[in-house]
Ligand binder design. Structure first.
Ligand SMILES: Cc1cc2nc3c(=O)[nH]c(=O)nc-3n(C[C@H](O)[C@H](O)[C@H](O)COP(=O)(O)OP(=O)(O)OC[C@H]3O[C@@H](n4cnc5c(N)ncnc54)[C@H](O)[C@@H]3O)c2cc1C
Length: 391
């Protein structure tokens, strides 16, 4: 009998993980609190898939290079070009000026395609309107496993392994489950609100390519409504970056910020946006909440047992600066993929595949220093190291 995994959250991170696990022969139950997959940050109308360009390589630029290459291939495998995604050249006006290969992508189309493919194998069960209140360790026929419980303590699902992909709300779930020590911030995830402004496009686009400086202008994208209506051509400008804000309301102030960013890219496009803001306003907005970690690097890997770790006596001998993953107590069968920040499109597929390999008993296939950089135990290591005491 195949192993059974429970995945929490049907955004890019959760569906990419579910899809990769099904490819590896797992049965997967995907639990989502919303009434549709891609209902939170991954509902964005259009995003850009592109590597992060930095003066010298950084952890995130190296990860995004791996992710962008993998996601481009995956898009070409999964969907015909023009249906939810479109290759393009992005024009960088500020840092790293020039044209760079990229793609415009509607994440919900990719998510629906992953789910459709996985369901066709008979190995995926998707449960919507199913908020997981907490997780608890349990005994499965095959050994130790996990139970997802609702707010009444009823078991929603049991499985051999769990992948937490609930973005910034993962912290609340971990707290309710008793997996975070009370007075330490060992799992620092932060909400970052983003608002995009967009409108229908009639006639000739206002630029040949997407443009990026402080924000991205997408001049022409064929957006697929989720209710099956025909595709609509849109232009879009985004996005605001509002640290600490965790509401997804569209505001006039958000539009004004996007207008200011657009002025720095194209005066002609900014004039069109300003016109669309005048009555009768044709400008629309969409807002979502990204999840960022304290060091802005994603969390990919096995969950540390933070409560046991924080309570354990520690000696200042043999506790080096650099994380030693083998010394970290872990929750068996509990994995996490989150904090994709502004790079979910680039990273989710690649990270989901690497995580599925780890869950299936292989090692992750990328450089050791990057594995340390994404380890969900890194914050615990740094903070507990500062509190070491003789034993
Ligand atoms: C305005 C804006 C613009 C962006 N532009 C880009 C871009 O150009 N390129 C790019 O790569 N990325 C972009 N991003 C970022 C990208 O959208 C995110 O990185 C990505 O969607 C995150 O996916 P996720 O699955 O981690 O989170 P989410 O999509 O937020 O999914 C998490 C899911 O978990 C569910 N959940 C949480 N807790 C529970 C629970 N207890 N029980 C059940 N379900 C639960 C939630 O309902 C949600 O559906 C942008 C984001 C925003 C907001």
């Amino acid at each position: 009998m195949s192993h059974h995994a429970l995945v929490i959250g049907a955004g890019l991170a959760g569906t990419a993980s579910a899809s990769a696990l099904v490819h590896k022969g797992w049965r997967v139950s995907l639990l989502e609190s919303g009434d549709t997959p891609a209902c939170a940050a991954s509902a964005l109308p259009v995003g850009i898939l592109s590597p992060l360009l930095t003066r010298a390589p950084t952890t995130l630029s190296r990860l995004s290079e791996l992710g962008a290459a993998a996601m481009h291939k995956e898009l070409a495998r999964l969907l015909p070009e023009g249906q939810g995604w479109q290759s393009c050249q992005i024009q960088n006006l500020g840092h790293a000026p020039g044209q760079w290969p990229a793609a415009m992508v509607q994440p919900s189309v990719v998510i629906d395609a992953w789910l459709k493919e996985a369901r066709a194998t008979g190995s995926l069960e998707t449960r919507l309107n199913t908020p997981v209140d907490r997780l608890s360790q349990s005994e499965q026929a095959s050994g130790p496993g996990w139970e997802a419980l609702d707010a009444n303590g009823q078991v929603l699902c049991s499985a051999d392994a769990v992948v937490l992909a609930g973005a910034w709300r993962s912290v609340q779930l971990l707290k309710r489950s008793g997996f975070l020590p009370d007075n330490l911030d060992l799992f620092p995830l932060r909400p970052v609100k983003g608002q995009m402004s967009f409108a229908s496009l009639y006639g000739t686009p206002l630029a040949a390519n997407p443009m990026r400086n402080n924000g991205v202008f997408v001049p022409d994208f064929s957006h697929l409504p989720r209710d099956g209506q025909p595709a609509e051509r849109i232009w879009a400008m985004g996005s605001t970056y509002e640290r600490g804000a965790d509401d997804a309301s569209v505001t006039w102030e958000g539009h004004l910020r996007n207008l200011t960013s657009l002025r720095a890219l194209s005066t002609q496009a900014a004039a069109t946006m300003a016109h669309a803001m005048e009555p009768p306003a044709t400008l629309r907005g969409w807002a979502g909440v990204r999840c960022a970690s304290l060091d802005r690097v994603p969390l990919i890997g096995q969950m540390p047992d933070l409560v046991r770790w924080a309570a354990a006596p520690r000696s200042n001998r043999g506790w080096p600066r650099k994380l030693q993953p083998e010394r970290v107590p872990r929750l068996p069968g509990f994995y996490v993929l989150t904090a994709l920040g502004s790079r979910g499109l680039t990273l989710a597929h690649w990270a989901g595949k690497e995580l599925a390999a780890l869950i299936s008993g292989s090692t992750m296939g990328f450089e050791a220093d990057l594995q340390l950089a994404v380890d969900p135990a890194r914050f615990g290591w740094r903070q507990l190291r500062q509190q070491i005491r003789p034993v």
